[in-house]
Design a protein around this ligand. Sequence first.
Ligand SMILES: Cc1cc2nc3c(=O)[nH]c(=O)nc-3n(C[C@H](O)[C@H](O)[C@H](O)COP(=O)(O)OP(=O)(O)OC[C@H]3O[C@@H](n4cnc5c(N)ncnc54)[C@H](O)[C@@H]3O)c2cc1C
Length: 125
Amino acid sequence: MTRPEEVIPYGFDGTAVLKQRPDALVFPRTVEQVAECVALASTSAVRIVVRGSGTGLSGGSVPLSGGLVLGLTRMDAVLAVDARNLTLRAQAAVTTQRIDEAAADCGSRLGPCVGQVGTFSSASA
Ligand SMILES: Cc1cc2nc3c(=O)[nH]c(=O)nc-3n(C[C@H](O)[C@H](O)[C@H](O)COP(=O)(O)OP(=O)(O)OC[C@H]3O[C@@H](n4cnc5c(N)ncnc54)[C@H](O)[C@@H]3O)c2cc1C
């Protein structure tokens, strides 16, 4: 996506003062598509910023200037829950709330988290 009305909402996050307009957005669905985007951007010297839900409060998902926003929101599946070993495998954009719900299904909890719509991978990173 490259039209102004499409890219403008991805030029800021939960940080009130920071704002930039990316040149383009991509929303991969698979790991292979992520790798393809990164390889293409790398060979073309295009800057990438990874974005989860865009709720961060320190401008981490705001592009520096132009460049490509790699939006991960379509990669939001919980892949496997192993109740016995208390482990869970999920794609990058699963929210902390969803992780908590999946854990609750097998009698465990992620624990309280205020920013529930934020992605777990971003919180971890
Ligand atoms: C109401 C509210 C309450 C909040 N409460 C808390 C809180 O209690 N504790 C707390 O820690 N934070 C809190 N936050 C901040 C925010 O929700 C968290 O920082 C959350 O982890 C951001 O997730 P996100 O998916 O929105 O990340 P984004 O804002 O999209 O990205 C944040 C950073 O992570 C990077 N990133 C995103 N995805 C990945 C990935 N897959 N791999 C590597 N890097 C990645 C981005 O490039 C960026 O630098 C709160 C925010 C709000 C609005």
